[in-house]
Write a protein that binds this ligand. Sequence first.
Ligand code: IMP
Length: 423
Amino acid sequence: MNLAVVGMQWGDEGKGKIVDILSEEFDCVTRYQGGHNAGHTVSFGNRRHVLHLIPSGIFQPKVTCVVGCGVVLDPLALIEESQAMEQVMSIHTEGRLFVSNRCHLILPYHRVLEAAIEKQLGERRIGTTSRGIGPAYEDKMGRRGLRVCDLMSPETLREKIAGLVAEKNRTLEALKYPQTIEPDPICDSYAGYGEKIKKYVCDTSALLNKLIREGKRILFEGAQGTLLDVDHGTFPYVTSSNAAAGGVSAGVGISPKYVHRVLGICKAYTTRVGGGPFPTESAEAGEQLRNRGNEYGSTTGRPRRCGWFDGPAGRYAAMINALDSLTVTKVDVLDAFAEIPFCIDYKYRGSILTEFPADVAILSAVEPVYKTMRGWQAATAGIREWSKLPGAAQDYLKFLSDYLEVPLSMVSTSPSRDETIRL
Ligand code: IMP
C-alpha cells in the first residue's frame, strides 16, 4: 500500500515529523513538488533537524529517498543539505538518495527575478520564501527551463545558460530592477554542481516503477499544503506547484493507480506565512498561539500569522485530497485556552457559503461563524495515549474529525518523534 501525506492548510502542519515516524513502515519516501522553500522539522534525541529538499525518510536507515521530477532543484541547496547530513548526522546519502534527471533547476537569476517581481507588486506581494521557486516553475511551464540532465552535459550547458541570462536581463531591465546577471560565474559554478550531484542523479520514475513492481511500499511526501496548491489554493497567494495529492503522479512519474491512500495533516489551529486571505486569523489569540507554538518559519524565520481552526478550508482540503485518514498536530498549543473558537461556516453578504471561494476577494471578505469549544486548560504535551488526554481535548479532536468526516489516525502532542498518539 502506497501512501501520500499531504498538508491540509497553508503548510507547516508538521508533515516532517509524521513522515519521519511513518517512514519506518515504508521502503521509499519521495518528494513530488516544491523545492527548498519547504522546511520539514524532525526532532529526536534532543536534536532538531530541518530538511528542505531531502525527503524526511532519510533518518530511517533502510529507506530509499527520492526527489521526483516535479521538484525544482537548487543544486547548491542539495549539496549543502547532503553535506550537513553526512557531517552533522553521519548519514551517508550516496546510494540512498536519488534525484530525478528531469527536475527543473533553480538558477541564481530566478531569485533575482523573484525579488524584482515581489518589489513591483508592493502591497500585493505574495510574500514568497525568496528561493526562486515561482520563476523556476515559470521557466518549466514556458518550456525554456534547464533540467538536471542539462547539468550532466557541461559542453552545451554554457551556451544554454548564456541564452537564458540574456533573456532574464531584458526582463530585469523592463522591470527597472537595478541588477544585471553575469552568465560566466553561473556557468562555472553549475558545471561544478553537476559533478558533485551526479552520484544522486538517475531516472527516478524508472526507479519508482521498479520498486512498485517489486512490491515495495512508497510514501509520497507533500511539501507546503493544499491551500498553497497552485490550482486548488488561495490563488494567487500560493506556491507554484501542486501540493495536493493530485500532484503525486505527475510529480514522480508513476500512474495515479499506485497512490493507494491519502493521509491529511492539519494543526489543531491554523497558521499562514506570507500574504493572502486568512479568515480565522486572530488578532487577540494570535500572539499567544505564536509563542506557544513557536510559530516562526523554519525556512525563513518569519513570524507566522496565527488563528483558529478553519473548518470550511479543512473540509475543502479533505474533498480535494479524498482523505482516508487524519493526523492532528500541535494539540498542546491549545492547552492554555479556556475556550477555543472553531470556525464551522463562512458567511458572505448575509448567506452561508456552501463552497470554498475561488476568488480571494470573497475569501478576504467572509465572516467566520464560530462554534465555541470548551478548552481543557491542562498539559497535553508529551501524552502518548488517547485515554490520557483530558476529556475536553478528546471532544475537540472528535468534533474536528467528525466535522471533516475523516477518521483520526494520529495526534501529535510535541515535536518529538515519540510523543504521538496512534489510534
Ligand atoms: P514560494 O513557494 O517561495 O513561491 O512562496 C509562495 C507562498 O507559499 C508564500 O506565501 C510562502 O510563505 C508560502 N510557502 C512556501 N513554502 C512554504 C512552506 O514550506 N511552509 C509554509 N508556507 C510556505
